[in-house]
Design a protein around this ligand. Structure first.
Ligand code: 5AD
Length: 431
């Protein structure tokens, strides 16, 4: 199983290497010693993460070559846009502007968020998908996520693993369990980029996590992301030194009043600071917001999109709010799929070069078509849940999370099929 195509190093410039993939050149940041021209490597998120023996690389490339170009043709066919003749004039003008590479203004984004007409909405998604193809071709990034503990001292109003939820059985994977599980995910299933996520668990503080991360980095070559609560600049630096290269931290909403309403003890400033600091330090940033929080307006959503855009993260992750039982928000409505698709599409118009993930939450919101439609509205990344099966249902941030009863093998098989049906190649070609 393989989630990245090996590339051949064709140039080495200090810490940067130029890598060739079937004639396409990408630059990646290299932290390996003695990497030389002619070596084969795997890159993810712009980092060289592993070397690979030439004979193995040649075999994988041989397999990929034909498939890759066949898939790309299929993607191109699907991504073509028609002339848009039946689209309303205003929508057409705005989307033409986006197609020409001009940045959209607030009122234009709000107009798109308000679209009701089916033809207009479909055209928005089509244009976003076309822009995705133009900038990324059919490459799709598949990361994994392991939720190591559902203990949480936070009490976020929307979250099913909040401290006040006393009915939930809590679990915490031990360090040995995590290392064993990573071994399986990396060496058996071929994952190369993995997020370690946890509730706010005092056992896994910065010190303990940093030593675990060092241990992980000693044993495995992978691109490691961390996803816990805020840890401040010092904490972030410790994580970076230990070997973490990415931070997954949503700002949730950039409306301070809403943020404070939903995060009784959380500090809006600390959250935003951590996100900005992470970027400054050099982490790959994965961030975004919740769509459809009770009391959130379309104006708020537009502001979230612009804020995320200004951050210029590696990957955007915007998912729908899903009411969780045993939380104060259990009786609120979930948003509909269309608003999630609109946000995905608008993010793509504003950020042609960013990666956009089709979230587990959008797939839970619409198990039949959430993933495919997000991919056809500009998304190009997936994050598979690699949490061991006996813990997965306990990480219940909202109920009935899709894939929670699926084995990892099944999730992989399904992801590859869904992607290939759209002409996408489950690979990440570095940056
Ligand atoms: N619905 C959707 N997403 C949720 N999250 C937490 N609770 C919910 C919910 N009820 C998301 C938050 C958090 C991420 C780990 O899970 O955005 O950042």
């Amino acid at each position: 199983m393989c989630y990245a195509i090996p590339g051949k190093v064709i140039e080495v410039k200090e810490r940067k290497v130029v890598v060739d993939y079937f004639g396409e050149r990408r630059t990646a940041f290299n932290e390996f010693e003695n990497l030389k021209i002619g070596d084969y490597i795997y890159a993810q998120g712009g980092f060289v993460i592993d070397r690979i023996l030439e004979e193995e690389a040649v075999k994988i490339l041989e397999f990929w070559k034909e498939t890759f170009f066949k898939l790309r043709e299929a993607d191109l066919r699907i991504s073509k846009i028609e002339d848009g003749r039946s689209v309303s004039k205003k929508t057409k003008i705005i989307l033409d502007k986006a197609l020409e590479g001009f940045k959209l203004k607030r009122e234009e984004v709000l107009y798109l968020l308000n679209l009701e007409d089916e033809i207009d909405k479909e055209y928005l998604y089509k244009v976003a998908n076309y822009i995705r193809y133009k900038f990324h071709k059919n490459a799709c990034c598949v990361h994994g996520i392991i939720e190591i503990s559902n203990y949480c001292s936070c009490d976020c109003l929307y979250c099913g693993i909040r401290r006040s939820n006393k009915d939930l059985n809590r679990y915490r994977m031990t360090e040995e369990e995590i290392l064993r599980h990573l071994d399986l995910m990396i060496n058996k299933y071929g994952f190369k980029a993995i997020v370690i996520q946890s509730g706010e668990d005092s056992y896994y503080d910065v010190e303990r996590l940093s030593s675990l991360i060092k241990e992980i980095k000693k044993k495995f070559n992978l691109l490691l992301f961390i996803s816990i609560n805020e840890v401040g600049e010092e904490g972030l630096r410790k994580f970076y030194e230990a070997g973490v290269r990415g931070l997954l931290l949503r700002f949730e909403t950039i409306n301070k009043e809403l943020y404070e309403r939903f995060h009784p003890e959380g500090s809006f400033e600390e959250r935003v600071n951590d996100i900005k600091k992470a970027k400054e330090i050099g982490f790959l940033l994965l961030t975004g917001g919740l769509i459809g929080l009770p009391g959130e307006s379309l104006q708020d959503i537009a502001e979230d999109i612009f804020f995320a855009t200004r951050l210029n993260p590696e990957m955007y992750t915007f998912g729908p709010f899903l009411p969780a039982s045993d939380t104060p928000l259990s009786n609120f409505e979930k948003p509909d799929l269309e608003i999630v698709l609109k946000v995905t599409a608008i993010l793509r118009l504003l950020n042609p070069e960013g990666k956009i993930v089709s979230t587990t939450a959008v797939e839970t919101l619409s198990p039949q078509e959430g993933r495919t439609r997000a991919f056809l509205a500009g998304a190009n990344s997936l994050m598979l849940n690699l949490t061991p099966e006996h813990y997965k249902t306990l990480y219940r941030i909202y109920p009935n999370r899709i894939h929670e009863n699926e084995s990892i093998e099944y999730q992989i098989e399904k992801a590859i099929k869904d992607l290939q049906d759209l002409g996408r190649a489950p690979t990440d070609l570095g940056v």
